[in-house]
Design a protein. Sequence first.
Length: 360
Amino acid sequence: MPEIKIAIIGIGNCCSAFVQGLYYLKAKEKGEGPSKENLGFPYPEVGGYKVSDISVVAAFDIDVNKIGKDLSEAIFSEPNTAWRFQEVPELGVKVLKGKALDGIGDHLKGIIQLDDSPAPEISRALKDAGAELALNLIPSGAVKASRHYAKEAIKAGCAFINATPVTLASDKEWGRRFSKAGLPLAGDDLMDQAGSTVFHKAILEALHRRNIRIEKSYSLDVGGGTEDLNALERQRNLLKRRFKTESIRATLPYNFQIAAGTTDYVGSLKNKRVSYLWIEGRYFAGAPISIDIKVTSLDAPNGAGVLMDVVRGVKVALDQGLGGPLEVVSAYGFKVPPSPMPIQEAMRRFEAFVKGKEAL
Ligand SMILES: NC(=O)c1ccc[n+]([C@@H]2O[C@H](COP(=O)([O-])OP(=O)(O)OC[C@H]3O[C@@H](n4cnc5c(N)ncnc54)[C@H](O)[C@@H]3O)[C@@H](O)[C@H]2O)c1
């Protein structure tokens, strides 16, 4: 198969797990590495593509501590705290300066230092690197920068994957822009493989099928990553909270009281995320039921596995000349897709696509 040439924007924790994951899975494909099991990695092939077909050809960040470094070094640079599970060889991909159009959050000042040298034109840098797909992994709240990168991706003829909580794939106008350019768009806001949103939705769906009426619920996250620190700033956290709340609310065909989002930063948790889920409802004869669940996971690997599938799905769309928002890939991998559907249906349709029986 041809290579899948991707550019990554935002060399933080999620990027670290993704890049490590590429080399972890490449070793496994060769029969090397500690485990033969495909844990958390259900699809060795998507549309004929293996993970070893993915190459990172360009990388962008705004932190002086990452710019100019080889990507293999930048992913382990502070303030990243992602779990280190795989050594990565030198890649010959230097991190380029991106555009910090939204500045940085108040709580990140002193942790991230902005580079004040001029940034290259992003579309030119994407073209020069030969990228065909750009993966947006910048922090929540960076709305202007996310839209700028999407615009530059169109200029450079790249597909775009939006993992951050900014409205792009779920926005009709942006959908039209990518359709017009004949370029695929997937998003918005990555949905972890084993994170609180996917559990919450799956439990609500199961309760609904048993005709249990949900009245109130919450899903509150605490973590120790820069993304959680950033979320302390209410304004930057608004969209993240809204995306998660909407995603959970859309699970049921009626309204109920729901609060969801990141509520605190605890530095000692590092890249751990602790989520508290609570659901209250009524079943037979109006009897009350209350459910409490606590989920503890490592944030970065939780998103990286899903991205392996999404990247290959988007590449298939590129090969097929499909432009505009991708329904199935987005519903499978993101909290707020252009066409929301139940988790089971999104999984079933993505699996059918993997087997070549479903359109994107
Ligand atoms: N499990 C997951 O990792 C997961 C799940 C769902 C959504 N997401 C989303 O993915 C994104 C990345 O998450 P993360 O945990 O890696 O965050 P992070 O804070 O660890 O990394 C963000 C990186 O982006 C860089 N950055 C900031 N502004 C930039 C700009 N304008 N241009 C280029 N680089 C910029 C930062 O310096 C940092 O290196 C967030 O939006 C998050 O909400 C991640």
